[in-house]
Design a protein around this ligand. Sequence first.
Ligand SMILES: [Zn+2]
Length: 354
Amino acid sequence: MNQHTRFNLPICLAVEEDAFFHTDEIIRRYIPDMIGQKTVIVSEQFLIDIYREKIDDISHDFGGAEIITMNSASFDEAVAIAKKVCMEEIKVIIGFGGGRVLDTAKYAAHISKAVYICMPSSLSNDSLASPFAVLETVGSTRRTLDCKIPTAIIVDTNMINNAPEGQTLSGIGDTIAKHTALYDWKLSAARTNSRVDDFAYALSRMSYDSVYHCDEKNMKSRVFIRILSRALVMGGLAMEIAGSSRPCSGSEHLFAHAIEEFYPDVKISHGLAVALGTIPACIFQGQSPDGLLDFFRTYGLDISPKSYGITEEMFADMWEKARTVRPGRITVLDDVKHDRVQLGEIYARMTEGK
Ligand SMILES: [Zn+2]
């Protein structure tokens, strides 16, 4: 993990009001070489229908960029886009959308060696700037693949404001998860006699702190959106610097993976699943969850498992499965004994929200 010494950083992180209406100016400021280069915009049909005007404007700014409508966030589709990009000598790929679009576009850019510009339509998780793409490989089975991070990230604060509230809450959850992830990373390093990358650690810690200690309690405000966008991007960069997802992903993420893999019918976003995971993870780690419970209450992030159709029985089973979903990933779960009574108490506490 710590042999990794080379990393890339994006050259542009623009978080501006109506940024998508003046992408040409932003690109001219940061990567002027890209103006006039052959470009494609990857998005999804429902987003194209909603944001037709913005997407047409971006296309116009990039010399009439072709708009590619993707269907599935799959390895095959990313490869098909990459093939088109190589064959037609396209130099720039813009990903416009949520996590599915961004991961597909990021991976297509990675294999075609095109410049990748990330334009999120919501702030639902920290994959924006992470060096990974999660794609379907066989059927709906997903794999996490190594990837180059974006060259430019452009966030339009107005657009994020119009995204469903649940998406922003999910982004908040993925940021707060760093609290328990960093504990597990240190624990794992101590166990394996390896070193935690101090800079990646600090970056991830600051990402968490900026949201956890944020004075702005209105998540629709421009100030908060700015802070959350930066926090999510810094999380991605922490992973790039560490050369692994450890600065942002610990036992709370194992819990979320257990839901994704064993309970696909439970409808809960990634960020909310990890938020649910942070409370038990804190308790397992011997840390008080009171601060996090307060924080979630303040922003109206519902951490009652019941609200997502998770029964006490399922909750206990999810934690049991969490130990086995990523063999070799050392977390506090390797230390705690599976205890149904304790899990029942935690479940009750989370259901009451205190
Ligand atoms: Zn995450």
